[in-house]
Design a protein around this ligand. Structure first.
Ligand code: COA
Length: 157
């Protein structure tokens, strides 16, 4: 049975430090990609590639030694694509309250052995929260059309 959500949980290690003494943004992006990839493969049961990473928002820094949770969930499926919302949370081990530190949407496409997109199982929203996340994904998709058009000019130069 395909699962829609996945959470990676681990400690922020000293090897991930940036010049300011907090967790490096590149490490956070790697975790986001790993969680998104796991979620997409879990859902589609196929190998997947990233086709788009949109609007990563770093809300708060993560301290070395904090417990990090990277939550990824499918919030919209097209024919071959899966839109995955990823939220990164962090908390001190000695405190129960966690804080959302990062949010972004990643789009993955399931591909066959030759890299050709293949259909994925459709995800149907059930709860009110599901519906609002599905609508959120669709609104972002429409907003991206303008950005895509603008960026396409750059691709040709
Ligand atoms: C992902 C890839 C296979 C898609 O190939 P393509 O020829 O563009 O395929 P399609 O036009 O049929 O699009 C496939 C899906 O991607 C979606 N897609 C394409 N461009 C997109 C974008 N900019 N943003 C969001 N989704 C996009 C399409 O909407 C389609 O989804 P749907 O089937 O659910 O409607 C191809 O672009 C690729 O190999 N990219 C490189 C992937 C990669 O190396 N990633 C980094 C390492 S994993």
């Amino acid at each position: 049975m395909a699962e829609r959500e996945i959470t990676l949980r681990f400690l922020a290690e000293p090897g991930e430090v940036n010049f300011g003494g907090k967790v490096h943004g590149g490490a956070v992006m790697r975790w986001i990609d790993q969680a998104g990839y796991s979620c997409a493969v879990n859902w589609s049961q196929r190998y997947c590639v990233t086709v788009y990473v949109g609007g990563i928002r770093f809300l708060k820094p993560i301290q070395i030694g904090q417990l990090v949770e990277v939550e990824a969930r499918v919030i919209y499926t097209g024919t071959t694509s899966m839109h995955i919302a990823v939220d990164v949370w962090a908390r001190d081990l000695a405190h129960a309250e966690r804080q959302r530190t990062t949010h972004c949407i990643i789009v993955f496409v399931a591909v066959d052995g030759s890299g050709k997109p293949v259909p994925v199982p459709a995800w149907e929203p059930v709860t009110e929260k599901d519906l609002s996340l599905r609508d959120y994904a669709q609104r972002l998709m429409h907003l991206r059309e303008g950005i895509e058009k603008e960026m396409a000019k750059f691709h040709t130069t």
